[in-house]
Design a protein around this ligand. Structure first.
Ligand code: AMP
Length: 499
């Protein structure tokens, strides 16, 4: 596997692989520690290749565990600490891991648990692992749990071959001038944008410059730190770009070495493109698109002044050269002619084998084409003209909130688990076409005698124990009954008018 080979290659230099605050890990340390973890996994679990669950945030030890798992032929499942224990318990139920690396400080049940000190002792050991133990192209390398419409998170399986396809597809878009460089590492490891620094950055011998959620929440400290970062490559959601742009400090002088900004994961507005071009002369700005199921990114386009002038909304761009983008009729799944809007499907070796132990959900959106190639229907409404793909929104109840993927039905299902809630509907709050928050409408089983403020507080508290904090609606409104549409379902349009 390329990344594992490259770790060994860069380990022979004195390059730094990851910086996190005042701490750093060289490639030599990362390579040795992942070897130690792999050797320990093989010694402890033998042939049992159950995925390893990694519960933490941005700790330096996590990438060593990820690459160690791969060296021992196992998949890893990164789960960020923004996932509350109840949600993690659902993931544990599905994965049934033998080993959980738990850096969260919250107790978790698994046959073997390594907390921080126990993990450190393992990583300090010496050990080597033969290449024949490494994951192979068809083996699952990682699994990411995303919001699922049933209220249960679903695990997207990504193989080593999928990652190889991603790296090949993204190469012409990510390539930088010069050797080495510094790659922004700010996305939680449980979201696949983090695969960009981890796999692209590290395999090119770049240093990952890490920002955790605390630093990201304190713009002044973030900018102080960024000024020292020598960053050359920025990959983030547009949301982080928008937050940073609120400060005039976010400009060339802050990041004099930056060569490229790649925004991905949610709609990039034209305004963001225009402002970035104005603030960072000489840097190249891109909008890139891709679902977790097709391994991070599958289309991209460079944002130029002409492109901003020409179009009301920025396109998601051109499909990578090693895959095929198809626009299909959402009902019949037949290809549509150029210019007509339909569901975007991706076909190629970047497409996941499917959701972990969810054959029905897998069969609903994944397919194998006439030539035996794997395909995925994205649920995104798009059209293509002259090779350029435009994005018009979702065909279902999935939204992106500050870059996080949320199925509205997931929030609804979990609201129904809260005491005294009989029915619930969740709607996105849209400002200028982008989702700024969620509003939940709930109908109670019986009157609770609480003020709306007290009730909303209680519901939010109960919900935050079930779903990640970004899925908790900002507003909770109580209704006596729901407006219904002709087929007896909650009429979300009518509810929307009440926001
Ligand atoms: P995720 O699997 O979390 O990366 O979410 C994938 C979904 O995010 C896609 O199916 C789109 O709906 C949305 N998305 C990702 N990138 C973009 C983009 N550049 N523009 C618009 N929507 C995007």
């Amino acid at each position: 596997m390329l990344i594992l080979e490259q770790l060994a290659r860069w380990a022979e230099t004195d390059r730094v692989a990851i910086r996190y605050g005042d701490d750093a890990m060289t490639f030599a340390q990362l390579d040795a520690r992942s070897d130690a973890f792999a050797a320990w996994l093989l010694r402890t679990f033998g042939d049992d290749r159950t995925p390893v669950l990694l519960y933490g945030h941005k700790e330096l030890a996590l990438p060593a565990c990820m690459f160690g798992a791969l060296k021992a032929g196992r998949a890893y499942v990164p789960v960020d600490t923004t996932f509350p224990p109840e949600r993690v318990a659902r993931i544990l139920e599905q994965v049934q891991p033998k080993l959980v690396v738990n850096l969260s400080g919250t107790a978790l049940q698994a046959p073997t648990v390594l907390d921080g000190p126990a993990l450190e002792a393992v990583l300090q050991q010496s050990g080597t692992v033969e290449r024949r133990c490494w994951v192979r192209p068809d083996d699952v390398a990682y699994m990411l749990f995303t919001s699922g419409s049933t209220g249960n998170p679903k695990g997207v399986q990504i193989t080593a071959g999928n990652i190889a396809a991603f790296l090949a597809g993204v190469e012409p878009w990510f390539r930088l001038e010069g050797d080495g460089g510094v790659f922004l590492n700010e996305i939680s490891y449980s979201f696949d944008v983090s695969v960009c620094p981890l796999y692209y950055g590290l395999s090119h011998g770049m240093t990952l410059w890490t920002a955790d959620k605390e630093l990201l929440g304190d713009t002044k400290a973030l900018f102080r730190s960024l000024a020292q970062s020598a960053l050359t490559m920025w990959v983030s959601t547009p949301s982080l770009g928008e937050i940073c742009l609120q400060s005039p400090q976010f400009c060339r002088e802050l990041l004099p070495q930056v060569q490229k900004f790649v925004f991905c994961g949610e709609v990039m507005t034209r305004r963001l493109g225009e402002q970035m071009l104005a603030r960072f002369p000489g840097a190249r700005i891109y909008n890139a698109y891709g679902p977790t199921e097709t391994t991070v990114l599958v289309t991209a386009v460079e944002i130029t002044e002409e492109l901003c002038c020409d179009r009301a909304a920025l396109p998601i761009g051109y499909g990578f050269s090693n895959l095929e983008c198809r626009i299909l009729d959402p009902e019949t799944h037949q290809p549509l002619p150029d210019g007509q809007a339909g569901e975007l499907a991706i076909v190629g070796s970047c497409v996941s084998p499917g959701y972990f132990r969810q054959p029905e959900q897998t069969a609903r959106v994944f397919f194998t084409d006439e030539q035996g190639r794997r395909g995925y229907r994205t649920g995104d409404l798009c059209s293509r003209k002259d090779g350029v793909i435009d994005y018009f929104g979702r065909l279902d109840g999935q939204v992106k909130l500050n870059g996080f993927r949320v199925e509205l039905e997931d929030v609804e299902c979990n609201l129904l688990k809260v005491d005294n809630i009989a029915r619930a509907a969740v709607l996105p709050v849209l400002v200028d076409g982008t989702v700024q928050g969620l509003t939940a409408f709930v109908m109670l089983q019986q009157p609770d005698g609480l003020s709306s403020l007290q009730r909303a507080k209680g519901i939010k508290q109960a919900l935050s124990e079930l779903v990640p904090s970004y899925m908790v609606p900002r507003k909770i409104r109580c209704v006596d009954s729901f407006p219904l549409n002709a087929n007896g379902k909650i009429d979300k349009k009518a509810l929307g008018a009440m926001i």
